[in-house]
Design a protein around this ligand. Sequence first.
Ligand SMILES: C[S@@+](CC[C@H](N)C(=O)[O-])C[C@H]1O[C@@H](n2cnc3c(N)ncnc32)[C@H](O)[C@@H]1O
Length: 343
Amino acid sequence: MAPEGGVTRAILTCSPYFIDPALNEIRRHHSQITVIQSISPGYSLLDTPGSFEELTRPWRHRLPIYLHHLFPVHVDIPLEAAFDDLKRLKQAIRRIAPSKASVQVRSTVEIETPGVLEKIQRYLAGNHVCHRPEPPTGQIVSVLIAPEQAGQRAYLGVSWAAHNLSPWAGGQIPVTEPVANRAGYKLLEAIATFSIRLKKGDQALDLGAAPGAWTTLLRRRGLKVTAVAPTPLYPWLAFDAGVSYQPMLAQEYLECCRTVFGVIVNDMRLDAQDSARLMVDYAAHLRQDGVAVMTLKLRSRNQQRVMDHAFRILRQAYRIIRVRQLISNRHEVTLFLRHKAAK
Ligand SMILES: C[S@@+](CC[C@H](N)C(=O)[O-])C[C@H]1O[C@@H](n2cnc3c(N)ncnc32)[C@H](O)[C@@H]1O
């Protein structure tokens, strides 16, 4: 669909903690974007000269760090909290949806009744696809419902799944696997986002493992895990012969570690530079073809400076393959690393 008057409106989704770096990421390629409105925390309505396809082209083959999702806005309609709303929304979708398009509905308004959004999505999609286990590949009708001063407003637009930065609504990869705690989503999202292939039987080192969602996920994939943490693990891990629990700090375990691992993961709640230094120390215990995943905590105001410093430290021993502020990350980013010595 051609931009009206040469201008495209688009909605950006990113973490509410990282709006400024996300907008900077766009401005680096498109200096003329304007933020029309912050719709909700983490959702911004933008104006950009040129097409939506041009807007997202810089990230077609390499994802940015902070931007989670973008979609064009072709229509927006006020909602009045009446059943008629859904009818009008469905008609609007019908008017813009090409045949075979999938419909993705999101709401920034908290909907407390479980399953209601799915029902709305199914109703609005009509004959269009609204849910599939595989990543959608064709055209998407994105619908975002957000509050405004009086009532709510729905923003709708059509785009190719491949142009939205993520084919999933808002960039949220659907998770069907159970996780023991919220941290578990981070590892699942990292594995999917970085296309990490874990080898059954490999030795993994989990630094800052407690209470143990990451160790549990690694065990489920058939890896043997050395779990290092000063606090206890979940009881089911204590009885698992495939888990070697080291009840100490990562700095202490370094002194007695004799294993070379295929995988190192690090989710330690630690200052970013200290965590990076420890990773460098542990590089001697990573196989040359091994991989590492770590979270970098960015709670301070100088996020960019802290991150750059941590990267400089890590580069002493690793190649930084990817950096992504995952949806399941809060004040942190996740890194995918390979051994510097790897061919
Ligand atoms: C966010 S939690 C990790 C959650 C874990 N990934 C999971 O899946 O359950 C952070 C952990 O890092 C641990 N930690 C902090 N500093 C550490 C250090 N120097 N060495 C080892 N663990 C540390 C904390 O005790 C805490 O258990």
